[in-house]
Design a protein around this ligand. Structure first.
Ligand code: GTQ
Length: 352
């Protein structure tokens, strides 16, 4: 290791330092003072870059992947959205993963489970299902579906249309902690329980079965249908004005606790009224957005991202960004905010 040339330090002292660094390097030690300000930075130094993946670009690639490999063969036929600042690392932000999963009519993605938690946000198609520990739900555009950590899940498409959803996983967080496990299911497709389809009735009505005892931090409600979320946002928009930065924004909750729906991933849905010109905002949670309806722009510094339906874009940690909508726009988003808040690390600011 060579020492940095430090002004005002005699060459002999520099040589002594370099020799010292060399000796301790051989013993797997290093001097903090050479790297201190690179590791304890004044503000977040994220490798994550703002970026937009347009549906018009990725949809032909998804279709092509559908001709090249089956869902069964691939286990999960997914095109990973790799942040341009994090290529080769299978991640969309420093802490989270994003992929676009395609299931063609008649296909099955076989049952497995893993310690990583997953969310599905449906972008295209109607009527494919996912079965989570024996409970099957049929998915529609705009629905948010949770696959909790260590639950068996398989997906299938009994409809006549291809289905595409956005997968969000906490893969990099679990990797950071070296806590990853996976296991294949005993059967390729789980046989749904008799009570399949009743999840919303049991947990989605501000009620719960009296005998229910929670065994997990993840919401027992795992299907949040879009028609309800959309209705809530539009009712809010009639009742009150939009927030200057984010319009009308709701976060998905665990109905039993009022806390986050997932322990590691925060999920949100917001409505920007047509003509909305948002003020600048930043927070420490790098955020992945998926466009449900509408058109507009997200500007991060001098990087402008024009968005339309089914586009996915990323706003990195602590970089101020502004949202604008040309028409009524609905955005789904997810980030690592629950993790940061649990560790007292999360910050936001409203730069002027
Ligand atoms: O559907 O189980 O995009 O295990 C990545 C890993 C989807 C899934 C992904 C997975 C899955």
């Amino acid at each position: 290791m060579t020492a940095a040339v430090v002004r005002g330090v005699a060459p002999s002292a520099q040589a002594d330092r370099a020799a010292f660094y060399g000796r301790i390097d051989a013993g797997h030690c290093a001097p903090l003072w050479e790297v201190l300000h690179g590791v304890v930075t004044r503000t977040p130094k994220t490798p994550c870059l703002p970026h937009l993946w347009s549906w018009d670009t990725v949809w032909p690639w998804l279709q092509e992947s559908g001709r090249l490999i089956t869902a069964r063969e691939a286990e999960r036929r997914v095109i990973v959205l790799e942040n341009p600042g994090l290529r080769g690392q299978t991640r969309v932000t420093h802490s989270l993963y994003a992929g676009l999963q395609l299931i063609l009519p008649g296909e099955v993605a076989p049952s497995h489970r893993h310690s990583q938690s997953a969310l599905r946000f449906i972008l295209q198609g109607d009527g494919a299902y996912t079965t989570v520990d024996g409970e099957r739900v049929t998915m529609h555009v705009g629905d948010f579906v949770i696959t909790p950590s260590w639950t068996f899940h398989d997906h299938g498409n009994l409809s006549s249309e291809p289905m595409v959803w956005l997968d969000g996983l906490d893969l990099p967080i679990v990797e950071l902690l070296d806590a990853q496990f996976r296991e294949d299911g005993a059967q390729e497709t789980q046989v749904p329980h008799a009570h399949a389809g009743s999840n919303l009735a049991r947990f989605g009505q501000t009620l719960k079965p009296v005998e229910h005892v929670s065994r997990s931090r993840t919401s027992p409600l795992f299907w949040y249908p879009y028609d309800r979320t959309r209705e809530a946002l539009h009712t809010l928009a009639r009742a009150e004005g939009p927030h200057a930065c984010w319009g009308h924004k709701l976060q998905y909750t665990n109905p039993l606790t009022g806390g986050w729906a997932m322990p590691t991933i925060g999920t949100f849905m917001q409505l920007l009224p047509g003509g909305f010109r948002g003020a600048a905002y930043r927070a420490t949670d790098s955020t992945v957005y998926a466009v449900v309806e509408g058109r507009g722009r997200c500007t991060v510094g001098d990087h402008e991202m024009a968005f339309g339906p089914r586009d996915v874009f990323v706003c990195p940690s602590w970089m101020p960004y502004q949202l604008e909508a040309d028409e009524d726009t609905v955005l789904f988003s997810y980030s690592d905010r629950p993790v940061q808040q649990a560790l007292d690390l999360w910050r936001e600011s409203f730069p002027t």
